[in-house]
Ligand binder design. Structure first.
Ligand SMILES: [Zn+2]
Length: 93
């Protein structure tokens, strides 16, 4: 695998999609069940897109790719996302 960054690398692309602070959301890995924040994912990319992998089992949790026609978002590696009420309140200001 190539060099990686932490999940904060997903903040820019996700800010275009979500109106809440997405990196503080708790996400559960579909493969191993580990719950972590989006910011704690291990992120590879940026080409052809960003891939956020589980810090526990390395399976992909989220994939984001921006193309000339728009942004693709694959959440298939997660069972759930939890956005705290603090994050959603902050974004509505
Ligand atoms: Zn996992």
């Amino acid at each position: 695998m190539s060099e990686h960054r932490d999940g904060n690398a997903l903040a820019g692309p996700l800010a275009d999609i979500f109106t809440v602070e997405a990196t503080t959301a708790e996400v559960q890995c579909r493969a191993c069940g580990l719950s972590t924040t989006l910011a704690q994912l291990v992120v590879y990319g940026p080409e052809p897109g960003l891939v956020g992998r589980c810090p526990g089992c390395s399976e992909h949790v989220i994939r984001v790719a921006t193309t000339p026609s728009g942004t693709w978002l694959d959440l298939g590696g997660a069972t759930s996302f939890h956005f705290t009420s603090t994050a959603t309140r902050a974004s509505s200001r």
